[in-house]
Each structure stands twice: as structure tokens, then as C-alpha cells.
Design a protein around this ligand. Structure first.
Ligand SMILES: *[C@@H]1O[C@H](CO)[C@@H](O)[C@H](O)[C@H]1NC(C)=O
Length: 374
């Protein structure tokens, strides 16, 4: 699968479509065994060897090249990407408006990729390989040139109501080579600027995790909807394995920034609120292993939560289409730093010492900015 390999890259966008990111991304993540042939470090190989014995691997690759850097204000950020969630409604509920603004911001920032935090296709995922929703909700909506980059996606609970194996398989990537979706995987990107010479030791690691199987009510006998759990095997074994991989991946990581990405909330003041299973099982690992940020969707709003009792920043970007479902201010201890109960997305710009997030609405307004420094 030669992602982007046959694409003509327009001059002004050189650097957006980085064949090494796309090819490496999909090929290596899907076929971790082929990794031995690639130039990754010994520690990463070690992590990988641990992974390949499991069905539920964290895929793995690095993306060393980043030819074109975006300059925002006076700061240069070697890595820029957008995060959108809860979007696939065939353009309805302002999905198309959000997509247009993503295109505009994506062009300005010269984004490296897009992250989708799940609930990719409403109401019930994709039915099968010929479900027109894939085109109508994805290919025909995110048409801006700047969005023709890899889309790193996870599954949401609504995706689990359809054919999950289709979403994480190769068939969709053949239809639209931007598409990359898997249950849990690791994405690494270097953060050395264009003036850096020699080996780059500053990088970010993104741990994508599969949150839907954690939620008890989806497994309840009273549950009327049918979830497609094929490929999961025994639930508790699956969850334990995933937690173990996350724990060992984070423990052995020497990344400057560690970011975990999943569909469900951990902390949220939106309609769904906190996901208790995640608070209990995932959050302690994030805190113990000093994860900087957890990025999620599920609640159809934009939020930044930073509580006194936790070191982790919680950022929700689940406002890719249907929104306006309510957002509480909460009590001071709930730590809501910013919230917007409407459609939009976020852009993330990263350098070795800086992380910047801008919150954007569907009309092109920048609502809020969050900056973190190392
Ligand atoms: C679309 O966005 C506009 C502007 O934010 C908003 O007023 C309108 O209610 C939105 N429509 C829907 C269906 O959410």
C-alpha cells in the first residue's frame, strides 16, 4: 500500500504530504513485523517485540522528515495538526462548515496530519465496504487541499455499532488513502526545528487507545444496540492487555511530550461527563507516567479541563458536527479552564519546549488559546 506514493504534490504544499509519514504510518503500523527493516531505535524495537505477540498491538513508526515548518506569530512549530471528533453526518449539522474552517486553518499551519478522536460515522458506523457514508461523510466533506494528509483515527462507540473490522482494515484506505484507523497504536514525531543539525532527541509520542470496550453499559444484557466486538476476544483480557501495553509503552518512553488519545472522556462537563471506567482504570496510569495531555471526543463540545488534583490536561474536541448539547460550568474543583458548547475543532502546534492549542468554532473564530511549556 503506497500511501501518497502516486500523488502529485502541488508546489505550494510541499511538505504537507510527506510520503514517509503516510507510507511509514500505515505500512508499519499495520505490519509491525516489517519494522525490523526500518530505522528505528533499539528501545522502540524492544517495545515492538513486546507488542507483536499480541493481537492488540500498538503499531509503530517514526516520521523523521518534516520539510516545511509552519510559523505562528514568532514561534516556529515543527509539528502542527488538527483534532476533530464526532463528525460523520454526511455534511449535516454544520459538518461541512467545520470542514471548511479546518481546511483554512490547516493551510495556515501547514499541518502534518489530522487526528480523528472517533465517532467517525453516525449513527451506526459503516455497514459494509460499499456504504456510501464513507464518501459522503469523509471524502466528499474534507476536500480542502490542506486536509489531504494522513487522518489518524480511533473508533468511537457509534463506530462499534457498524462494521469495525472494515474501519480498521485496508479497504477504506484503498478508497481514500488518507484514512488510517486502528484500535491502539503509537505515533511518534520529532520536534527539532529546521535549523537543527545532527540527531534529534526531542520528540512527541501519541498513544492512541481503544476506549469503547472499557464502558460497562455497552456490554450490559439490557443493551439494545448491537456492538461489533469481533476481534476483541475476551473482554477483560483485551482491556488488561491494552492497559499493560499503555503502561509499558509510557514507562519506556523517552519522549519530551506524551499525549494519549481516545474517544471517551476522562474528565468532562459535557452531556456525557466523566467516563468512570476511564477515571478508574486509565487515569492512574496517565498520572503515574506523567502524560501531559489526554485528548478525546464523545462530548460534542470543546473543553480544556485542568484540575488541582491531577497533573493531566484534559482536552475535548468532539464538536465536528451535531453539537449544542449542554456544557456545565461545574464547581471550581472541576477545573474547567475553557468550554464551548458548539461546533468546532482544535489545532495543535508543537515544538520541543512548547505546546499550543487553539480552539476554533465553525464560523472561523479563534475562541481560546492554551499554551504549555517544558
Ligand atoms: C450551525 O452553526 C451556526 C453558527 O454556529 C448555529 O447558529 C446553528 O445553530 C448551527 N446549526 C446546527 C444544526 O447546529
Amino acid at each position: 500500500m503506497a500511501l501518497f506514493g502516486t500523488k502529485t504534490v502541488p508546489d505550494e504544499e510541499v511538505g504537507l504530504l510527506q510520503p514517509s509519514v503516510g507510507e511509514a504510518g500505515n505500512d508499519r503500523a499495520k505490519r509491525p513485523l516489517s519494522l525490523a527493516a526500518t530505522t528505528i531505535t533499539a528501545t522502540l524495537v524492544g517495545f515492538l517485540v513486546g507488542c507483536v505477540v499480541s493481537l492488540y498491538v500498538f503499531g509503530q513508526y517514526d516520521s523523521e522528515t518534516s520539510a516545511l515548518k509552519a510559523v505562528v506569530g514568532r514561534q516556529t512549530y515543527p509539528l502542527n495538526f488538527l483534532v476533530v471528533g464526532d463528525w460523520g453526518r454526511e455534511g449535516e449539522f454544520n459538518q461541512t462548515m467545520v470542514a471548511e474552517q479546518m481546511g483554512r486553518v490547516g493551510r495556515q499551519l501547514k499541518i502534518n496530519f489530522v487526528v480523528s478522536v472517533g465517532d467517525n460515522f453516525y449513527q451506526a458506523g459503516l455497514k459494509g465496504p460499499n456504504d456510501p457514508k464513507f464518501q459522503n461523510s469523509f471524502s466528499k466533506v474534507y476536500t480542502a487541499r490542506s486536509l489531504q494528509t494522513p487522518w489518524y483515527s480511533v473508533l468511537g462507540n457509534h463506530d462499534y455499532l457498524g462494521d469495525t473490522l472494515l474501519q480498521i482494515g485496508d479497504a477504506l484506505t484503498k478508497k481514500d488513502n488518507r484514512w488510517f484507523c486502528d484500535r491502539s497504536y503509537l505515533l511518534k514525531h520529532n520536534l527539532c526545528g529546521p535549523s537543527h543539525t545532527g540527531h534529534c532527541h526531542k520528540f512527541v509520542e501519541f498513544f492512541f487507545i481503544d476506549t469503547t470496550p472499557f464502558v460497562d453499559k455497552y456490554w450490559s444484557p439490557e443493551q439494545k444496540r448491537t456492538f461489533d466486538w469481533r476481534g476483541i476476544g475476551h473482554r477483560q483480557t483485551y482491556l488488561d492487555t491494552q492497559l499493560e501495553k499503555l503502561n509499558s509503552g509510557l514507562s519506556s518512553s523517552s519522549a519530551t511530550w506524551k499525549i494519549v488519545i481516545g474517544h471517551h472522556t476522562i474528565r468532562s462537563l459535557g452531556r456525557h461527563g466523566d467516563t468512570h471506567e476511564m477515571v478508574k482504570q486509565v487515569l492512574p496510569i496517565l498520572e503515574k507516567l506523567k502524560v501531559d495531555m489526554y485528548l478525546n471526543g464523545h462530548d460534542h463540545c470543546l473543553e480544556h479541563i485542568k484540575r488541582e488534583d491531577s497533573t493531566v490536561h484534559f482536552v475535548t474536541s468532539g464538536a465536528g458536527s451535531k453539537s449544542f448539547q449542554g456544557l456545565r460550568q461545574g464547581k471550581p474543583e472541576d477545573g474547567l479552564q475553557f468550554g464551548y458548547d458548539g461546533q468546532g475543532f482544535i489545532s495543535v502546534s508543537m515544538a520541543a519546549q512548547d505546546l499550543r492549542i487553539d480552539f476554533h468554532d465553525a464560523l472561523g473564530h479563534k475562541l481560546h488559546q492554551l499554551t504549555l511549556h517544558k
